[in-house]
Design a protein around this ligand. Sequence first.
Ligand code: ISL
Ligand code: CA
Length: 606
Amino acid sequence: MNHYKCLVQHEIKFYTDMQLLSRISISCLTLVLLALSACTSPTTQKQPVSMDQNWWKEAVVYQIYPRSFKDTNGDGIGDLKGVLEKLDYIKSLGIDVVWLNPIFASPNDDNGYDISDYRDIMKDFGTMADFDALLKGMHERGIKLVLDLVANHCSDEHAWFKESRKSRDNPYRDYFHWWPAEKGKPNPRISFFDVNNDAWKYDSITNAYYLHYFSQKQPDLNWENPKVRKEIFDMMNFWFDKGIDGFRMDVISIIGKDTTFPPIPAQYANDVFQYYAEGQGNRTHTYLQEMYAQSLSKYNVMSVAEGAGVTDKTALDFVDANRKELNMLYHFEGVSYGYLKGKFKTPDPKGYDLVGFKDIYTKWNDVFAEKGWGTIYLGNHDQPRMLTRWGNDTPEFGTVSSKMLTTFLMTMRATPYYYFGDELGMNNIKFDRIEDYKDIESINNYKIVKDKGEDLQAFLDAQKISARDNGRTPFQWDNTSNAGFTTGTPWLKVNPNYTAVNVQAQEADPNSTLNYFRKIVQLRKQNPALIYGKYQLLDRENPSVYAYTREWEGRKYLVLLNFKAQNAAANLNLDLSNAKIVINNYPDAKPATSLRPYEAMVLELK
Ligand code: ISL
Ligand code: CA
């Protein structure tokens, strides 16, 4: 079993229940909105703002996977000096915050998500002096730096685990979850990266099993132990004292565990991630409140939870400011949408249904409408390229659909997390052979499919759309060999389209996706309505067009996005005669509700 199957099944169940409800409530809302706009002049209408304004709500976050950004010593692996060298490029994007995937010492079983020393830099990436120079360089340019906190688990090569496995009475024994074998095999727990899906690994040294939700080299830390919590909070403060501006918190939703390890209740049988996040009581929230008191509250920093397994029912528990836990959370419903039930990350050949897509993002907008704050993303290092997965990566539509998706990300009411390379319209590399993949997830799932005698070709075909390595290929700087990423052999192949899709070519082209990104970042930053403004979905049932308004303090914007390769029209009862286009992805656009393939426009309504 895998958690994708679980997520998708959960979503389908949820949607059948919700569809009717949301249809009723949205059509009521539309009526109310229409009535309001008929009798109230938009310029006098004020939207109450029920929340504090914060820098991290107004920020555009740019995520960099350092392994794939820029290599400066020819070993084929991106490094911190590479990020430093490219700071002026990063600054030119207009973004506010950089999130770097883990840069800490690691044997790289899972590309840095297996940390062997939280206070040291991964050798492949450089030294602490490189880090200090990078942080200084960012701050000099007004860019904030967010690091990745990986604290659900560490590496089996971390000193804590090396000690812990030595003997049952070692002082570090309780830093991890051990189950003595004489009690029999513990109740099953699912691992996401294990070839047998088994999260318990037998260790003969002490005749006991240890828990690993991810790979065998990623033992889960025992947050029940106050010493573990203190270690983590001290480590966080170490980095905050160095001046970093926040943490993205890896699977922080699943740190709390019921350490009696009971059988997983039947209701979660198809959704183990949700059991890990929501089914084991309130422990995670107790720990996060302690983290806030011991660390986060002492600094002007941001925190964002990777909300794996978190549903809209409990999301606010993480980010409602009154609870004093975290600032933001990113959910998985959007990126898990459109995969076939029961198959590992296999996209529906018919494509995805836009109405369901709109419902997901609307529902999650509503979660944070009054309290907390959301995030919006379509790609990251765990996802394929957004252009291939959510747009259209053919030569005909690549540029225009890439700009359309960027328009969506930059006009929603949530902090955008924009993945490096999406500004160039990078797309999936679509490897033909398993040998080209480097990611533990693809390699292990291939083994699982093979062992079961299932269809390997179908698995490889699905991976062309969904594999994580698609989003990890080296950044494309120019049209020299290896896209200017390295003078050596890149750790993961470079997408052959780099000769056309690269920074150098796009700098020179005013209509490039790169320059479109720069423009829309400015548009968002200069218009609080696009940040804080109320979001209202329009024309929900439209199968091709995603239309919504954003409204705040007398300003009102209409966003029209055609998600299809055919012409399509929005059905809106809005007067566009005085509307002004503020940004659009076709050169000769006029305010209109009929849209060309993948056309995107943002209109200011007067
Ligand atoms: O990667 C996924 C989907 O392909 C997710 O299921 C992912 O495993 C999950 O979101 C947790 O992700 C985070 O923790 C993992 C690490 O491999 C991911 O890169 C990280 O984002 C273990 O640390
Ligand atoms: Ca290097």
